[in-house]
Design a protein around this ligand. Structure first.
Ligand SMILES: Nc1ncnc2c1ncn2[C@@H]1O[C@H](COP(=O)(O)OP(=O)(O)OP(=O)(O)O)[C@@H](O)[C@H]1O
Ligand SMILES: [Mg+2]
Length: 489
């Protein structure tokens, strides 16, 4: 790894230098070749294992924990910070730099009452889902590796510690701006410094001056909208959309009690602690805007309110556009690029209605979200019969939807090619909670990570048939239905 240290060198006062503490008997549980390529690494080796398990210093690393705050479940917590994630610096890759962080690397000044550790089950889940979402083209932080140990840690019972090696284009969160607005009142120069750094590092096409701030916030609104559109389209529930878990570059960030939907359910809550369903699957678009409003508030000392409000107004249309376009690809709804603006807007409205009717049917019939969409690749669109019909209890409701759908799809000259295209947008394999759980149980009970590796490899090619892996595409068994995860990770 070759590091630069821009955050560390340019933002004194925005972090505390702190060294990670090694975990005993470190061993690779998982390694991502795809993530490794991002920072110019090839295969894992023993020296790297020692460095990434914090048992040896990584040459060129600085080791620091950033300070931030954030709104958690709607309430403001004035001081958070990296309590268990220690950043080594920005590793230089062939197409840009990535922060490398050891999540679970030991206590920091921001650990409050925590031990600075991550348990193996949560580290494995973060590793698997980071790479699985990337393969689905969802904007996300990445995971280079997950490293197991025999270091005991206590949660509800004794477990073992692990480290996820996270790669992120940026670790700057909405909560960074909140911290420097509220906790260091009267210091707008700090906010400006942070914003100028963010611009220079992550929005290089914008200059670091007040004229660009307005455009920058528009782009933050749009990338957040795009990220959440992806979540809704693949059926991803994040579970802890606190503002300290929202990345400023619009990447999915901090994987705790997340879930990919099995059965489609708007109100699905994956987080055991989310009693009111604040972060339920169907609430995510609204919470995205709520979070952006908190960020906007924190920016009022340096960006005029009118500009912030104008940018926020672009959230909803941007999210709908992205979502409809992703769902069009899934359902095979083509668009005529010659349509005028007004006609396009009307078409978007109609398509959104058609898509919503589809998901309502899935919910009413308790159908699996991804598997139902995958069936699109088997539909003979020219025929009155659809295999999806057999899954419906209310057949007449389906028939009238299907009629409207067929009319919208129109004539398809080459049905096989149409089906093939559907398969390239509707994954056969997703990271179902029960699959992750099975991989974790094998590690816990048999020290066997082969299922994890198999799952990771499978999920790097989620659209391919891989017929020998068919069983991984099944709906969960009874014990794995609607698994709800706790936050004690
Ligand atoms: N075991 C722990 N020890 C110390 N601090 C912790 C621990 N678990 C969580 N925290 C801290 O509590 C706050 C909220 O936790 P949250 O679950 O959002 O983040 P996280 O998963 O620990 O990390 P990140 O957001 O970097 O992915 C963060 O400041 C986090 O660092
Ligand atoms: Mg967090």
């Amino acid at each position: 790894m070759r590091f630069k240290q821009d955050f560390f060198e340019q933002l004194d006062g925005f972090y505390t230098q702190v060294y990670p503490q090694g975990i005993s008997n470190p061993h690779w549980l998982g390694w991502s070749d795809d993530a490794a390529q991002l920072i110019g690494l090839e295969k894992p080796n023993d020296a790297l294992l020692m460095q990434l398990s914090a048992n040896a210093a990584a040459p060129g690393a600085s080791y620091y924990a950033q300070v931030y705050s954030g709104h958690q479940f709607g309430g403001y917590t004035p001081r958070l910070g990296d309590g268990r994630s220690i950043i080594l610096g920005e590793a230089i890759g062939p197409n840009g730099a990535w922060d490398v962080a050891l999540k679970g690397g030991g206590p920091t000044p921001y650990s409050r009452h925590g031990d600075g550790r991550a348990v193996m089950r949560s580290a494995v889940r973060e590793f698997l889902v980071s790479e699985a979402l990337a393969a689905l083209s969802v904007p996300t932080s990445r995971a280079l590796a997950v490293i197991g140990s025999d270091l005991p840690v206590w949660r509800e019972s004794q477990e073992t510690a692990a480290i996820t090696v996270r790669l992120a284009k940026s670790h700057i969160r909405f909560g960074h701006f909140e911290y420097f607005c509220y906790s260091e009142k009267g210091a707008p120069d700090k906010l400006t410094q942070l914003l100028n750094f963010t611009l220079a590092q992550h929005f290089p096409h914008l200059s670091a001056d007040s004229a660009s701030y307005k455009q920058w916030f528009v782009e933050v609104v749009q990338s957040t909208a795009k990220m959440i559109a992806h979540w809704q389209a693949v059926g991803f529930a994040h579970g802890v959309m606190n503002t300290d878990n929202m990345s400023i570059v619009g990447d999915t960030f901090d994987f705790g009690p997340f879930a990919l939907l099995d059965t489609f359910k708007e109100g699905f809550i994956c987080n055991h602690s989310d009693h009111d369903g604040r972060y339920a699957f169907g609430q995510q678009p609204g919470i995205g805007l709520w979070n952006l409003k908190r960020l906007a508030q924190a920016l009022t000392p340096i960006i005029p309110s009118d500009d912030l409000i104008a940018a926020l107004n672009r959230y909803q249309p941007s999210l709908v556009s992205h979502y409809v376009s992703l769902m069009r690809a899934k359902l095979g709804l083509s668009i005529d690029s010659d349509l005028g603006r007004a006609a396009q807007a009307e078409r978007e409205k109609q398509d959104l209605a058609l898509i919503s009717q589809f998901t309502v049917m899935l919910e009413n019939n308790q159908l699996d979200y991804s598997n139902s969409l995958r069936k699109m690749g088997k539909i003979d669109i020219s025929s009155q019969y659809s295999s999806l019909r057999d899954d419906m209890l209310n057949v007449s409701e389906f028939d009238s939807w299907y009629q409207a759908y067929q009319a919208r799809v129109g004539d398809v000259a080459d049905v096989a090619a149409w089906q093939q295209q559907r398969n390239q947008h509707n994954p056969k394999y997703i990271l179902r909670n029960y699959l992750a759980q099975e991989a974790i149980i094998d590690i816990e009970e048999k020290a066997d990570n082969s299922k994890l590796i198999q799952l990771q490899q499978l999920l790097t090619r989620p659209y391919d048939e891989q017929p020998e892996m068919d069983h991984f595409a099944k709906r969960p068994p009874d014990w794995g239905q609607g698994l709800v995860m706790s936050c004690s990770s």
